[in-house]
Design a protein around this ligand. Structure first.
Ligand SMILES: Cc1cc2nc3c(=O)[nH]c(=O)nc-3n(C[C@H](O)[C@H](O)[C@H](O)COP(=O)(O)O)c2cc1C
Length: 299
């Protein structure tokens, strides 16, 4: 079970929590090779990991051999990273138009060149790739074969083309075809929202694991549910997970974390009785201890 990288969400506090409560592998959000090589403080902070994250994989994007090589060489020097993942799936125009992310799926020679570069220079234990099933056309088997030939340890696949964005139906048959075509582990991704769906996807695709993205936002206990095969989850466990998340946010962001956590509490309180009133109050709380008490009392 892998936490899918979600730019803007899968920061250290969130990853620490899902790891503690059930995810087997955590992956950082996508970091551009360019940003890494220029070592901006913000970028270096983005790749910091929590001690609970083991294994921890950093995801990079890029399409220039030298830049990708330098990004990998830099990551080699950072302790605690267990693997490097190449993003070959991002559909965002600003990534795609620079030839990175899912653009690599439209030029399999380029994909091979870049992924082989990661593999060649990576001194960490794992090299992995995150792909979609094509740009416009579905070519899952071709992609799987190229990725396997580069020597990756596993591939995770979001079962949509770039054109399918985040909306087209996820093609689990395509994931199944990829699994049949290669000998490396294949991790299925896309619209897996609960235990039942994960079970169905694993049965159908014969994939080696599942990767969860959006369903974990506001519901990090999904990993607990998947790990333990339960649909329902105790309110006390939810409270424990929310408090753990709060503590991690404070550790990572300092006292400003109290204000940052307001937004997260908006998601967490969805569906709870009195949520509107609760949100109204916490929107005005900036004291660490008072916020913690509010969380303990509400959930
Ligand atoms: C807001 C957002 C940010 C994302 N950022 C990344 C990213 O940084 N790297 C990546 O490989 N995929 C990224 N994805 C794609 C997810 O990892 C995942 O493949 C996709 O959302 C489908 O899985 P899901 O239905 O479980 O969310 C992002 C998706 C969303 C919605």
């Amino acid at each position: 079970m892998v936490l899918a990288p979600l730019a803007g969400y899968t920061d250290l506090p969130f990853r620490a929590v899902v790891k503690k409560f059930g995810a087997d592998v955590t992956v950082s959000e996508m970091i551009s090779s360019n940003a890494l090589v220029y070592k901006s403080q913000k970028t270096l902070k983005m790749i910091e990991k929590s001690p609970s994250e083991d294994p921890y994989i950093v995801q990079i994007a890029g399409n220039k051999v030298e830049l990708v090589r330098d990004a990998v060489l830099l990551l080699n020097e950072v302790d605690g990273i267990d693997g490097i993942d190449l993003n070959c799936g991002c559909p965002a125009p600003k990534v795609f138009n620079h030839g990175s992310g899912s653009n690599l799926l439209g030029d399999l020679k380029k994909l091979e060149e870049i992924l082989s570069t990661v593999k060649k220079y990576n001194k960490k234990q794992y090299t992995t790739a995150k792909v979609r099933i094509g740009v416009n056309e579905k070519i899952p088997v071709e992609i799987a074969k190229v990725v396997e030939a580069c020597g990756v340890d596993f591939v995770s696949v979001h079962g949509r083309t770039r054109a399918g964005k985040y909306k087209a139906p996820v093609d689990y048959d395509a994931i199944k075809m990829m699994k049949e075509a290669v000998n490396i582990p294949v991790i299925a991704n896309g619209d897996i929202t609960d235990y039942d769906k994960a079970k169905k996807v694993l049965e159908h695709t014969k994939a080696d694991g599942v990767m969860i993205g959006r369903a974990a936002v506001g519901k990090p206990w999904i990993f607990y549910q998947l790990k333990h095969g339960v649909e329902d989850i105790d309110d006390s466990l939810k409270r424990e997970i929310i408090l753990e998340h709060y503590d991690e946010v404070l550790k990572f962001h300092g006292e400003h974390g109290v204000i940052m956590f307001r937004k997260l509490l908006h998601s967490y309180s969805k569906g709870y009785k009195g949520a509107a009133e609760f949100r109204d109050i916490i929107n005005r709380v900036s004291d660490e201890k008072i916020m913690r008490d509010m969380i303990e009392n509400f959930f």
